[in-house]
Design a protein around this ligand. Structure first.
Ligand code: HEM
Length: 130
């Protein structure tokens, strides 16, 4: 641990740690499952398990405890034919949930940047070339 670690809380700590992130993830899934574009993707998914994974993953992205033990993102989303529009809708709902929870803008921006870096692993459906 360095001096900077002692002085600067992680984004994870700054938003209120695990319970705060669990609340954001709950709201995020309300928004996703209420979205006609997205809800079909989650038919048949065991949501309790999915939420547990998402909480761990978002925590990790925000500098909290490294607890994610799910499949890697490419394997988890393979064969779903997710488009970049689908991806954008999901990312937008995450921003809404974070904003509603009062998370500050610069933290949200960092989460968005990290999430955007996962797009190539998740999106499979691309417009035909030419
Ligand atoms: C925005 C970035 C995204 C992240 C960080 C993310 C993360 C995750 C994680 C951690 C899991 C659990 C993996 C496991 O159980 O091992 C998962 C599963 C899943 N994701 Fe995503 N995801 C993203 C975007 C999307 C999008 C855009 C869609 C669909 C439009 C989607 C649909 C699903 C579905 C349906 C599952 C469940 C798979 C199953 O039933 O096993 N995800 N995702």
């Amino acid at each position: 641990m360095t001096q900077a670690d002692l002085e600067t809380p992680s984004d994870y700590a700054a938003v209120g740690g695990g319970p705060a992130i669990a609340a954001v993830v709950d709201r995020f899934y309300q928004l996703v499952l209420g979205d006609d574009r997205l809800k079909g993707f989650f038919e048949g998914t065991e949501m309790v398990r999915l939420k547990r994974h998402q909480v761990a993953l978002v925590s990790q992205v925000m500098g909290g405890p490294v607890g994610y033990e799910g499949r890697d993102l490419r394997a988890a989303h393979a064969g779903m034919n997710i488009s970049s529009e689908d991806f954008g809708s999901v990312a937008g709902h995450l921003v809404t949930a974070l904003t509603e929870a009062g998370v500050e803008r610069d933290i949200i921006d960092r989460v968005v940047t990290t999430i955007a870096g996962t797009e190539a692993d998740i999106v499979e459906s691309r417009p035909a070339a030419g």
